[in-house]
Design a protein around this ligand. Sequence first.
Ligand code: CU
Length: 337
Amino acid sequence: MKRKGLIRAAVLLSGVSAVTGCGNRNISVLKPAGPVGDSQMDLIRLSLVIMTLVVIVVSVLYIYAVVRFRERPGQKKEIPEQVEGSKKLELLWTIIPILLLVILGIPTVSTTFQLNKKPEPAESMRVNVTGYQYWWAFEYPDYGFETANEVHIPAGKKVEFIMTSHDVIHAFWVPSLGGKQDLSPGRINRLVLQADKPGIYEGRCTELCGAGHALMNFRVIVQQPEDFEAWVNRLKKPDSQPDNDTAAEGKKLFAQNCMGCHAIQGAGYKVLGQTGPELTGLSYRTRLAGVVNNTKEDLSRWITNPQRIKPGNHMPAFDHLTEKQRKALTEYLSGLK
Ligand SMILES: [Cu+2]
């Protein structure tokens, strides 16, 4: 019996840690990493205080009533005094919830308006986000380049994300930074976020968008302003030329097999009506397709059978390539700067 109880407690505790996201400190609304997350956390705290007070008051009244008015041995059975229609009581339990809702409502509405304010262009930057089944395009209109599945931003600066979708409805969510916004085809939505400290913050799609939805992950890479500038400068002048014979062979294979969907700046591969992620600067990314580490082995696995890694995505398998060709293509792509 004791053992069963312990097992139950362990299962319950692991469930609690799973829902609070304590496994990864960079993907939790309970550990905000910027002013937007902070103000949303304040609202969570306020509603938690109000709800806890309500639970305590109701529990105390309930326990008091059960104990005080319990049936005693030898007690004469009589119908207690009826309070139905009591104006005093009706007013009391109508006014108190209204007051609690007002206390919660005023800061909620004012925070919502405050967070939705358009930042001054001088103190913010803009990133255009497009959702695709099942990846993210991040375009930097101020710098004239695009990247995929990983968005770099400088610490301490407001970033205005302007969002739309290429196909179905997706939703952009970086739990540690706050907010959540839908990306709908034909509509433009916006979300302003800011990160205080450098770090990698995990992002998720939170709108069921198809078979690959649960793996439609992305990362927000927050850097010190000078490191961000260096990254921008590297991407503004991409070096996409192969630096050895194997990579040169890979570049040819890319032109034959991949450039219908993927663009690489600096190599002359610009795609109209692009359907696959931009590959410029692929070597700087921490992950591939948002789900596996950016290694040559995983890149090769991805090229051979992308469905195995992210089911439902639109990239065909290039399993007809020989071992040598796959190695060459991998060599070229993993060297993209
Ligand atoms: Cu989704």
